[in-house]
Design a protein around this ligand. Structure first.
Ligand code: PGA
Length: 252
């Protein structure tokens, strides 16, 4: 079985740096009990405000060798006036290697269009960051496969196969994200069907599933040969739950 990638999307949590430190310390200590590190890769994506502190904590712990840092967003361009935005080069200078692009909360709650997501994706690639690109339907209705095909082609518009091959795809059905009303995880089989629809037009380097991943269901997704890992939201800031997910991934 291939090495599994676990991406922690902390979203707008935790509320203090002290809590962030405590999650990282615990994660570090748990990782050291897992033995063979070849089974699992880890990317932690904190809010912008903690990135530099997280980079410092990585350097002064074993996390530096065991995990990477990701951002949750990126500016569409480098050298321009964009109030409130953070550029790709600013991120890479502080040690960020990955960036989440097109998360459904940004698409649906903040009105980020496919065109903007496409610009951000190109911006990440120009900065040498590895994009974790979120694709997913809002509802599973009779049009969902057309929706997935359109969102994929708009999001990856004008990218060469080589550039797409540098991207990580995260299939995240919006209705399965834990904070959405009535959310329940997709099943691994139906997630794989959606992933195969998306993969008719693109060949990313890795494919993740995201949406209500927790210690009870992580095994079901991670044991699938065609799912290279999981993108974990809510459970990634609950340190014991997150450690349990890491343990499961390390045993696959
Ligand atoms: P969740 O979030 O694990 O809380 O469902 C996943 C995500 O939004 O990336």
């Amino acid at each position: 079985m291939n090495k599994k990638l676990i991406v922690a999307n902390w979203k707008m949590l935790p509320e203090s740096l002290a809590e962030a430190e405590s999650i990282l310390e615990f994660t570090d200590s748990q990782l050291s009990t897992l033995g063979n590190q070849d089974k699992l890769s880890l990317v932690i994506c904190p809010p912008f405000i903690y990135l530099e502190d997280v980079a410092r904590i990585f350097k002064t712990s074993n996390l530096e060798n065991r995990a990477s840092i990701g951002a949750q967003d990126i500016a569409i361009e480098e050298k321009t006036a964009l109030t409130g935005e953070i550029s790709g080069s600013m991120l890479s200078k502080i040690g960020v290697q990955y960036v989440i692009i097109g998360h459904s909360e940004r698409r649906w709650k903040l009105g980020e269009s496919d065109e903007t997501v496409n610009q951000k994706l190109k911006s990440a690639l120009r900065s040498g960051l590895i994009p974790i690109v979120c694709i997913g339907e809002r509802v599973r209705d009779e049009n969902f496969s057309t929706f997935l095909r359109n969102q994929t082609s708009n999001t990856f518009k004008d990218l060469t196969p080589d550039e797409i091959g540098k991207c990580i795809l995260a299939y995240e059905p919006v209705w399965a994200i834990s904070t959405n009303p009535g959310a329940k995880p997709d099943t691994p089989q139906s997630a794989l069907e959606s992933i195969s629809i998306i993969k008719t037009s693109i060949s990313p380097q890795l494919v993740l599933y995201g949406g209500s991943i927790n210690p009870k269901n992580a095994q079901d997704f991670l044991c699938m040969e065609d799912i290279d890992g999981v993108l974990v939201g809510g459970a990634s800031v609950k340190k014991e739950e997150f450690a349990d997910i890491l343990k499961i991934a390390a045993k696959i």
